[in-house]
Design a protein around this ligand. Structure first.
Ligand code: CA
Length: 231
């Protein structure tokens, strides 16, 4: 079966170019040229992946991302951001995008990122699995974490991060390892903001004091580690 992707981009030449590239590479492609159309299609179509430009007429990409996440916490989303626009990158990831690609991008890089987002590491979890860690009960199918009788909604990516940290709880996990194993990057580069912003969001949800995390700690120079918890 061909992976089905939606591309939302208002610059006609870029949109057409992207559609051609993905069709040529064996994807089924749907497109939207403005934010309103993009939002409608995002919420009603079934896509393996949505590629979302941020600057769009009518409804911007961040709003679309936010609306998708309200409805679907596992939909893979990649944002297209203007090169060097740190604010957009951070906002996009905070809104729940899985990853971002700065424009102008190379086709090779774009295809690699798309494949990475679509390729969830089979090493991590079985989707019907329940994972327990101390007083955390993680439901990997419904994407929830229950702690102290409180239920927290997680995204697919957050469940994957937690599962990976729990699986390898006896050592710190580097950002590059997370990019490789959780995001599926073949060659993680220097840019680890995607990991850090996802981690900040996750800490905000599960830590008592996200500024002084005690559950997922940072090991200086090494990465992140999940700490033991006792019931
Ligand atoms: Ca645009």
């Amino acid at each position: 079966m061909k992976p089905k992707i939606l591309i939302v981009e208002d610059e006609e030449a870029i949109l057409k170019g992207l559609c051609d590239v993905f069709v040529y590479n064996g994807y089924e492609v749907d497109s939207a040229i403005n934010g309103k159309d993009g939002l409608d299609k995002s919420l009603t179509g079934n896509y393996h992946l949505i590629i979302l430009d941020i600057m769009l007429p009518e409804v911007d990409g961040l709003t679309i991302c936010n609306e998708i996440r309200k409805k679907d916490r596992s939909q893979p989303i990649i944002m297209l951001t203007a090169k060097g626009d740190e604010d957009d990158i951070i906002k996009g990831l905070k809104m729940g995008a899985d990853d971002y690609i700065p424009k102008p991008f190379s086709i090779k890089e774009l295809l690699a990122r798309v494949e990475a987002v679509l390729r969830r590491s089979p090493k991590i979890i079985n989707e019907s699995e329940k994972i327990t860690w101390g007083h955390f009960d993680i439901d990997t199918q419904n994407l929830t974490l229950t702690m102290d009788s409180k239920t927290i909604e997680l995204t697919r990516r957050e469940v994957d991060i937690l599962s990976y940290l729990i699986k390898y709880h006896n050592r710190p996990i580097s950002r590059n390892e997370l990019l490789k194993e959780v995001w599926g990057y073949n060659n993680p580069g220097m840019d680890t903001r995607t990991v850090d912003i996802h981690m900040a969001k996750l800490r905000k949800k599960i830590e008592k004091d996200p500024q002084k995390p005690s559950l997922i700690t940072t090991v200086r120079g090494e990465g992140y580690k999940i700490e033991p918890m006792h019931r």
